[in-house]
Design a protein around this ligand. Sequence first.
Ligand SMILES: CC(C)(COP(=O)(O)OP(=O)(O)OC[C@H]1O[C@@H](n2cnc3c(N)ncnc32)[C@H](O)[C@@H]1OP(=O)(O)O)[C@@H](O)C(=O)NCCC(=O)NCCS
Length: 158
Amino acid sequence: MTAGGRFVLDEAITAHLDEAARLHGALFASPWSRAALQDLLAVPGTAGAAVLDVEGEPRFAGFVLFRSLGDFAEILTVAVAPEQRRHGHGRRLMLHAMYKARSAGAERMLLEVQDGNLPAIRLYEALGMTAFDRRPNYYKADNGSHADAIMMQLIFED
Ligand SMILES: CC(C)(COP(=O)(O)OP(=O)(O)OC[C@H]1O[C@@H](n2cnc3c(N)ncnc32)[C@H](O)[C@@H]1OP(=O)(O)O)[C@@H](O)C(=O)NCCC(=O)NCCS
């Protein structure tokens, strides 16, 4: 666990899967259940972390899942509870994933993000990530509309 002034970063993500599934379900059109999160975590190279707000009673604030695959790693998902945003939790979770991936030998970090998801895109850009490709109509919303996926990457410098 890593503790900051008002938060704790807990690598024991399995202790937080109920909250993670609840948050994912509230945010995304294709929600991942607790069982789906468990299946993802069972794949070798996959790990995660939860961030808890510890000002007062500890509260789950968000989580990240990532996977290291040889010389690259990918963010599977990152999410922060709406009422906990803009407190640096998203940045913390991403930096943790990047540090872990790099320690595991990754030379670059990849992810895909829905075109127009400006909070996420701004977060990734603030961390030095850049867009390198686009997958047309990759995401489908509940109302049947589609959106492109933007592929972003960060190449770790020596
Ligand atoms: C994207 C998300 C994880 C960001 O979490 P967060 O904890 O609010 O982010 P942080 O507080 O760490 O923000 C870090 C930086 O990202 C950028 N950023 C974050 N939210 C932003 C917003 N709404 N508008 C513009 N920039 C934003 C800013 O540069 C910010 O730094 P600043 O606060 O010093 O200006 C959060 O908005 C979220 O959970 N969104 C829904 C789920 C999602 O879309 N996940 C990504 C799927 S690919």
